[in-house]
Design a protein around this ligand. Structure first.
Ligand code: NAD
Ligand code: DAU
Length: 362
């Protein structure tokens, strides 16, 4: 297997996708893995507790915006690969407070690219050839689709609509420029909505699972007709490995689950699963908890991904159907109440109050 023994630097590896990726990688590869993560509200070292005692795993708390820190990590650990997940990732937070998104997603990606370029330029020829900088991005950079539009492909023009999407678009452009101008061997992936274990319960699927379990209202924005394409997180991790191993340098690859669903249908399916696993006479059927609330400003109607390039070139395709993945995910949240309590801190409760208090029923 290519890259099996190479040292790798992961940023944001204590977040949702990052921690799933760290576990996925270390189950299959032998080299050291350095995880640079600031441990913001979204980062949780507990996601990686199972790696305790594994000498290949090197967790470092720090900021990707700190150029000196990034330079010293590269000098000391000499990674052959960088996989960049670290970001502010929640659209509603980007609407409430965009500054943090510009700082981490734009300035942070720039800092990482600049330090990577300096480090890479001093490697020997073989090391330079093997080096890869993989930037993990989102389908939201392409904007929104009408119901019958063709899915986003790698050539769809960028049209980001939220501060989050704009900050990710800016970071994608910087990554592209570092390849075009300096020859840095970059790869970019643009993926659709992920779901699965360790997702912070500010996002749709874990929020709805926990509220349904506890008999709380299920706040559906607008009329629930917005469509997202859903991908099980471990399938995303497998796609990133395929791009790292075989992706063509300088290219972008769209990654998707081929599972477009309306939000209201996703929430209803969650209700059915929670009713099945944890029936509760006092709560009754969970779909009665659904409440239509004030919409997200600028809410993108539909995302859909044409993943034919990564399938054709690298042989990757999603392994799990959405309904099977959702069943596993609901089970995971029901079985991991200690993890849930560890992430529902005071700051989390403040965010829930801030985001939902002013959303009136429609
Ligand atoms: P997340 O919010 O769960 O995790 C982000 C991680 O980055 C956290 O561990 C946090 O502590 C860390 N971090 C934040 N600022 C940092 C900084 N300045 N320095 C170092 N670390 C910092 O995010 P996620 O959902 O796992 O998303 C990971 C990446 O994948 C993001 O770049 C996101 O844009 C992208 N993405 C996410 C999805 C999705 O559905 N969640 C889909 C496509 C792409
Ligand atoms: O498409 C990829 C993107 O998916 C990633 O780049 C982002 O990091 C990730 O957060 C996600 O963005 P979304 O905005 O699509 O995800 P979120 O879970 O916040 O919302 C999914 C849909 O559900 C969206 O249409 C808004 C709606 N929603 C969300 C919440 C939190 C509700 O109706 N009610 C809610 O309470």
């Amino acid at each position: 297997m290519k890259n099996a023994n190479h040292a790798i630097l992961v940023t944001g590896g204590a977040g949702f996708i990052g921690s799933n990726f760290v576990l996925h990688w270390l189950r299959r590869r032998q080299g050291a893995l350095v995880n640079l993560d600031l441990l913001t509200y979204a980062g949780n070292p507990g996601n990686l507790a199972s790696l305790h005692g594994d000498s290949r795993y090197i967790p470092l708390r720090g900021d990707i915006c700190d150029a000196e820190l990034v330079a010293s990590i590269l000098r000391e650990h000499r990674p052959a690969l960088i996989v960049h997940f670290a970001a502010e990732s929640h659209v509603d937070r980007s609407i409430a407070d965009p500054g943090a998104f510009i700082h981490t997603n734009v300035q942070g990606t720039f800092t990482l690219l600049e330090q990577a370029r300096r480090y890479w330029s001093e490697l020997n020829e073989d090391e330079r050839k093997a080096f890869r900088f993989l930037h993990v991005s989102t389908d939201e950079v392409y904007g929104t689709l009408a119901p019958d539009d063709p899915a986003f492909s790698e050539t769809t023009p960028y049209a980001p609509n939220s501060p989050y999407a704009a900050s990710k678009a800016a970071s994608d452009h910087l990554v592209r420029a570092y390849h075009h101008t300096y020859g840095l061997p970059v790869l970019t992936t643009n993926c659709s909505n992920n779901y699965g274990p360790f997702q912070f319960p500010e996002k749709l699927i874990p929020l709805m699972i926990l509220n349904a379990l506890e008999g709380k209202p299920l706040p559906v924005y607008g009329d629930g007709s917005n469509v997202r394409d859903w991908l099980y997180v471990d399938d995303h991790c497998a796609a990133i490995c395929a791009v790292l191993d075989q992706g063509r340098v300088g290219e972008t690859y769209n990654i998707g689950g081929n599972s477009e669903r309306k939000n209201l249908d996703v929430v209803r399916t969650i209700c059915d699963l929670v009713d099945e696993f944890r029936p509760d006479a006092a709560i009754g059927p969970r779909d009665r908890l659904i409440k239509f609330v004030t919409d997200r400003p600028g809410h993108d109607l539909r995302y859909a991904i044409d993943a034919s390039k990564i399938t054709r070139e690298l042989g990757w395709r999603p392994s799990l159907q959405f309904e099977a993945g959702l069943r596993e995910t609901v089970s995971w949240y029901l079985e991991n109440s200690a993890w849930i309590e560890s992430v529902r801190t005071g700051a989390y409760r403040d965010w829930i109050r801030q985001n939902y208090e002013e959303r009136v029923p429609r």
